[in-house]
Design a protein around this ligand. Structure first.
Ligand code: HEM
Length: 516
């Protein structure tokens, strides 16, 4: 009797398995040979993959391999190539003309994969939201990055630079200093003290390490999920080990942002601040018209709720510190390997600041044109956001191929910035590429570290200010000596551009170096 029921179970199992296989095969055949979009996709140059599954298993790679995989495919196909698995379609583009077509059109500015995978963390904050919500939030938040506000923020940025310089001073005499931990703490503190108006008391500082760890985990989980299409479906992902790890990391991330919001609410309550006027000085030195204040004010007007504030704080805390930290680390590493460039920056900083010990003003930073070219060149070689994506909801012609609707278009900033016909000897660090006479005729979409079009980076002026203040401060006081070499860098696909191994430099005091 028992063996009959075992047989029966096995029989059912077999039928289920066969049905699943049949569905998989039929779905694959349908999406490739029957579906109009699938047929169009087949005409775009693509990696062959395996029957039925196409490229599903080609991307089962770790973060480093995944980064290299895209570079290899780009070398093979150049202008455009596709990847597919069942009804998921990805078209990778590298031609500035194609990029312009996508980024400049309002009907193509919707985001889907992989941004939706970040929703557990960032909700549908500005980075991820689409349609009316995105429009409203962008309109609401744009004033928080007005020139007048950035001018006020420069005081905090400069203060933070001074604190960073003191920390670097402690590193002088050491064989090498690992850059990321030092720099990321500083940029996180800057975004907290400016846009969030947070005072970074000890209780907040104490959770920052957990915050960094959690972001690292989130980056790995994102890439893990992106490379496994069966995890694109939420319930399948939910039961995975990766999702459990991600949920634990999210607890730390949200704890940190909730603390920032709570602190600001208390500050406003205790100081009985009722109106948040841009020109009002009631905030005192540490808290000028923060972005968070703007959100709290909008909450009173009923334009945003508690969850909405949390998702924007999460978005800006992440975007506002990890990108700038990444940009600074790669730039410091690279400049340490470019002694001539370093000297020219030093000379310019001395010339503009006239040898004074004061922090630079907005105007003085504006006068540091060579430093600006160096930052641009560094962002060319090391774009903190190496790729972005959009989904198209109508067919669009790119590089002579009809890309079907409902396809993700991946724009590889990293490779676009290395196009040889636009940037001869692309791996060389040549800041002069960005002098007006050398760049005015360049295709505007051939250089897009902050993306372009309506959904460009809202914080780009803030970022440039911070990069300039920090780099001018460091080069003014220290000599950078090479430890990590650019050719040793192995990149990894992550939330932002990462180096697989830590990057190091050696700091020495500039004055001492000159006297010797
Ligand atoms: C070197 C530093 C930075 C780089 C390279 C950078 C780059 C980018 C890029 C490429 C995008 C487009 C993303 C996409 O389309 O998926 C973007 C968007 C964004 N960035 Fe930045 N960013 C930097 C600094 C900042 C800072 C300092 C902030 C905030 C203070 C910020 C906030 C944002 C936000 C909120 C968005 C989404 C904008 C939208 O969709 O409307 N970024 N950034």
């Amino acid at each position: 009797m028992e063996s009959v029921s075992v047989m029966y179970c096995l029989y059912i199992l077999l039928i289920v398995l066969l049905t699943v296989c049949a569905v998989v095969v039929l779905a694959s055949v349908y999406f490739k040979y029957v579906d109009a979009e699938g047929i169009l996709m087949g005409k775009i140059p693509h990696l062959k993959g395996v029957p039925i599954f196409d490229n599903t298993f080609d991307c089962l790679l770790n973060c480093e391999q995944l980064f290299q995989f895209i570079r290899n495919q780009y070398k093979r196909y150049r202008g455009i190539f596709g990847l597919r698995g069942f009804n998921y379609r990805f078209v990778n583009i590298f031609d500035p003309k194609d990029v312009e077509k996508i980024l400049s059109a309002s009907n193509f500015n919707t985001k889907r994969i992989p941004y939706t995978f970040l929703q557990h963390w960032l909700g549908t904050g500005l980075l991820i939201s689409n349609g009316d919500k995105w429009h409203e939030r962008r309109k609401m938040l744009t004033p928080a990055f007005h020139f007048k506000i950035l001018k006020k923020f420069l005081i905090n940025i400069n203060e933070q630079t001074e604190q960073l310089l003191d920390l670097i001073q402690d590193e002088v005499g050491k064989e090498r200093t690992e850059l990321f931990p030092l720099i990321a703490k500083s940029t996180l503190q800057t975004i907290c003290e400016t846009s969030m108006g947070a005072s970074m008391r000890e209780d907040i500082k104490s959770v920052t390490n957990k915050y960094f760890q959690a972001i690292h985990i989130l980056g790995k989980c994102l890439m893990y999920r992106l490379s496994r299409i069966w995890f694109y479906t939420e319930p399948f992902f939910y039961v995975s080990k990766c999702s459990r790890i991600q949920r634990a990391a999210l607890t730390d991330l949200h704890k940190f942002t909730r603390q920032i919001i709570r602190e600001r609410r208390e500050y406003i309550k205790q100081n009985k601040i009722t109106t948040l006027d841009d020109d009002d000085d009631v905030y005192g030195k540490k808290s000028r018209m923060a972005m968070l204040d703007l959100l709290l004010e909008q909450e009173k007007l009923g334009n945003i709720d508690e969850d909405g504030i949390r998702e924007e704080v999460d978005t800006f805390m992440f975007e506002g510190h990890d990108t700038t930290a990444t940009a600074l680390c790669f730039m410091i590493m690279r400049i340490s390997n470019e002694p001539l460039v370093q000297n020219l920056i030093y000379e310019e900083v001395q010339r503009v600041l006239g040898g004074s010990e004061h922090s630079p003003t907005m105007e003085q930073l504006g006068d540091m044109k060579y430093l600006e070219c160096c930052i641009k060149e560094s962002l060319r070689l090391y774009p903190a956001v190496p790729f972005i994506s959009r989904v198209v909801y109508e067919n669009v012609e790119l590089s002579g191929y009809m890309v079907p609707k409902s396809t993700e278009i991946n724009i590889h900033i990293f490779d676009i910035h290395r196009l040889e016909d636009i940037y001869p000897e692309p791996e060389k660090f040549i800041p002069e590429r960005f002098l007006p006479e050398n760049s005015s005729k360049r295709h505007p979409y051939a250089y897009i570290p902050f993306s372009a079009g309506a959904r460009n980076c809202i914080g780009q002026k803030f970022a440039m200010l911070e990069l300039k203040s920090v780099m001018a401060g460091i080069i003014r006081r220290f000599s950078l000596e090479p430890v990590t070499r650019p050719e040793e860098i192995k990149f990894a696909a992550h939330l932002v551009l990462r180096s697989v191994n830590p990057m190091y430099v050696r700091f020495t005091n500039r004055k001492v170096a000159v006297e010797n």
